[in-house]
Structure formats: structure tokens, C-alpha cells
Design a protein around this ligand. Structure first.
Ligand code: AMP
Length: 380
């Protein structure tokens, strides 16, 4: 089966080729035609299955194929639980929509950053991904209207409910037209998701994808743009607000490793260094404490990091970029192992970008940048 045989239009077929997608993943084979037919869907699929493209591609097509005079209103809305996911999906929409003419106007809005640029970005928006709180703020400021939304996607619905977004969701649903298409994506199918599905969906097609697609990326890469002096506070902010319990931080020098650990300890986050300036005994003890969870953050130089083998490491942070793209791939490969999804975060300054673009070339994809200039890091 090919992307052409499931009914995608030419501009989207060009984009999937450019992304290096040879054929549709199972979730895409099932979801894309069903969305194009206007059905409601309940999809149980995890990150790594290819689920993002499974809804982004048909949504772009539905918007693109409307009569021109009916365009220029928000037609499709994707609601997600985290700003990282919003930024990531925003980037996928940009990449997959880049060969359409005329272009579909897409955008991503999320909290924690300045609202004014987002208000401007929303002008003429047709396809939007948003976190619930920021979306409601923008509605209250009259920057966006939800009255013409024809398709609603709730992505990672289990997380949306688990993080207590019920009230915001109810408010958003009340602003949408009654008659619309609804797509519910969730990694798990617990009682709360079941209830939401019952209240939201009409005669849904139920699709369950058990495995991540073969060769798919289990590692989510997040790129935070940050001033050098704010890297330490941002790291502590991410660890605290994300409640990260096991984090491997890569850093360029032993001295800086000691400094970062000291600041983490000062902020009540248990941490240890791991570098070749330490005795073997010291290193073994630090690694053992990290593995058992007694130490939450291990700050390591590349040289030492080669010896670290941890099966289910959920978070890796590049405090600085490594010199070679191979080292970058080696570092992020510490997470996302053994079929469990992981997150690899890089904290980058503008000076890092030429080098980072070389890494992206090697990865064969461009990653979304998350702007942190408006983020209030006081107290971290
Ligand atoms: P997702 O589950 O949406 O996070 O996607 C996981 C990864 O699979 C992403 O890096 C996508 O770029 C990639 N991907 C999605 N669909 C395909 C495909 N049909 N062929 C190859 N890679 C894909």
C-alpha cells in the first residue's frame, strides 16, 4: 500500500517523499482514509507509531480541498496536553504542508511564553494545535474563534485527563459547533478515556495499534532556545515542573559538571557528577545511586558517558552540544530503549545553530525549536 493509494493529494505526496516516508505505517493506513471519509475515530496508539502524520496529513487535505471562499477560518483544532507536543506537532504540520499551494495556514500555541506574538500568528489561521489553557486565553482575547471548527483532535487524551484538564476541555467543547468530526487519540484506554469517548464520539471507528512502527523513533527530541546564562535555571525548571525523576545530563567539561551539580543540590534536587576526574570507586558509586533512583540527576562528560548503560532511562539532556553528530546520536540513544519512549532535550543558544543544523542534516530531519525567552525562570 502507498500514500497515493490511500487518497492523499499531490502536494502531500511530495511532502511524505521529502520526509523519507516510503510507505504508510499501520496507523496511517487505517486513520487517513477514515478521516478523509469524515468518520469519528478512537485511536489507541503510542508515540512512535506514526500517529502524528496520521491526523496531520488528512487534516491538511480537508482544509486544502475546501472551496477557496470558505477558507480563512479555523477549520481544524488539535488539543494536546504539553507545550512540547504542541511545538512538535506545529513543526510536523509545517513540514508536511510545505508543498501545498495555496498554503494552509497552520500554527501552534501554548503557555509559558509571551502571548502577543501568538495573537498575531493566529490571524487567518486554518489549522491550529494548542494546549487548553493558552487556547482559552486566546479565545478570551478574541484572537481566535472556534465557531467554524469542523474537526477536533484530542491527542494524548489520557494525559490530558490525567493532568486535570477536564474543566478546560469542557469549556473548549462548549465553544465548538455541535456538528463536527471528532478524533480521539490516546496511548492507553482506561475508564476516563472510555467515558470521554462515549460522550464525545458518534459511531466511532475504533483502531488499536499495539506496537511502535518498526524503525520508528521512540525518542522525542526537544530543542529549547535559551540564553547561556539561563541554561541552569531552565534545566532546574524542566526537572521540577516535569517531575523528571531520572535525568542524564551531558556537559562539556568536568568543571562545569561540578558547577551544575552544585546548583542542583542548592535547589533541592539530588545530583551527582560522573566524569573521568573522579576515582573509579566514586564513579561506580555515583552510577549505582543513579540507577537505584537515590540520585535523580547524573551530570556526565562524554568520555565517561560511554560506560553508562541503563535500560529505561526516560530523560537525556544536552546541556551543550557534542562536537560530532555521531556523539549526538549516541547520547540521545541512551533513552528510548527497549520499546519505551524517551525524551532527549537540547539546550541551545543562537551560536549553536550552525553546528546544530549539521546534526539535523545527519538526522535527516528538522526539529521544532521551543522559544524560552518569555519563560519566567525566577526562583529556579
Ligand atoms: P509519531 O508516532 O507521530 O511521534 O511518529 C514517530 C516517528 O515516525 C516520527 O519521527 C516520524 O517522522 C516517523 N514517521 C511517521 N510516519 C512514517 C512513515 N510512514 N515512514 C517513516 N517514518 C515515519
Amino acid at each position: 500500500m502507498t500514500f497515493a493509494s490511500i487518497g492523499l493529494i499531490k502536494g502531500l505526496l511530495e511532502a511524505v517523499v521529502q520526509q523519507g516516508f516510503e510507505r504508510p505505517y499501520p496507523v496511517q493506513r487505517e486513520v487517513i482514509p477514515a478521516v478523509l471519509q469524515g468518520r469519528d475515530l478512537l485511536v489507541i496508539a503510542r508515540t512512535g507509531s506514526g500517529k502524528t502524520a496520521s491526523f496531520v496529513l488528512p487534516l491538511l487535505q480537508l482544509v486544502q480541498c475546501q472551496e477557496p471562499r470558505r477558507r480563512q477560518a479555523l477549520k481544524a483544532l488539535i488539543v494536546v496536553p504539553t507545550r512540547e507536543l504542541a511545538a512538535q506537532i506545529g513543526e510536523v504540520m509545517r513540514q508536511l504542508g510545505c508543498y501545498l499551494t495555496p498554503k494552509v495556514k497552520t500554527g501552534a500555541v501554548f503557555g509559558g511564553v509571551a502571548i502577543n506574538p501568538q495573537m498575531i500568528e493566529l490571524n487567518g489561521i486554518e489549522l491550529l494545535v494548542a494546549t487548553p489553557g493558552r487556547l482559552l486565553e486566546l479565545v478570551a482575547k478574541n484572537s481566535v474563534q472556534l465557531s467554524e471548527v469542523a474537526v477536533l483532535v484530542l491527542d494524548e487524551a489520557d494525559k490530558l485527563l490525567g493532568e486535570g484538564f477536564q474543566d478546560e476541555l469542557a469549556q473548549i467543547l462548549a465553544l465548538l459547533p455541535r456538528k463536527r468530526q471528532n478524533l480521539l487519540f490516546s496511548a492507553t484506554f482506561g475508564e476516563d478515556v472510555r467515558q470521554l469517548a462515549t460522550s464525545l464520539l458518534s459511531e466511532p471507528l475504533q483502531i488499536e495499534i499495539k506496537e511502535a512502527a518498526h524503525g520508528a523513533d521512540l525518542i522525542t527530541q526537544q530543542i529549547y532556545m535559551v540564553e547561556p546564562s539561563r541554561k541552569g535555571p531552565l534545566l532546574r525548571y524542566l526537572i521540577k515542573t516535569g517531575d523528571w525523576q531520572q535525568v542524564l545530563v551531558f556537559i562539556s567539561s568536568q568543571k562545569r559538571a561540578d558547577l551544575v551539580v552544585k546548583k542542583l543540590l542548592d535547589n533541592g534536587i539530588s545530583a551527582a557528577t560522573f566524569h573521568s576526574g573522579m576515582s573509579q570507586g566514586g564513579r561506580t558509586a555515583a552510577l549505582a545511586a543513579f540507577k537505584t533512583g537515590a540520585v535523580r540527576v547524573l551530570v556526565a562528560t562524554d568520555l565517561a558517558a560511554r560506560g553508562i548503560d541503563i535500560k529505561f532511562l526516560p530523560h537525556v539532556v544536552n546541556f551543550e552540544l557534542p562536537r560530532s553528530p555521531n556523539d549526538y546520536i549516541h547520547r540521545i540513544g541512551r533513552t528510548g530503549r527497549a520499546e519505551t519512549a524517551g525524551v532527549a532535550v537540547s539546550l541551545l543558544c543562537p551560536e549553536d545553530m550552525p553546528h546544530f543544523r549539521v546534526i539535523e542534516k545527519r538526522l535527516g530531519k528538522r526539529l521544532a525549536r521551543i522559544d524560552t525567552s518569555g519563560l519566567d525562570l525566577a526562583g529556579y
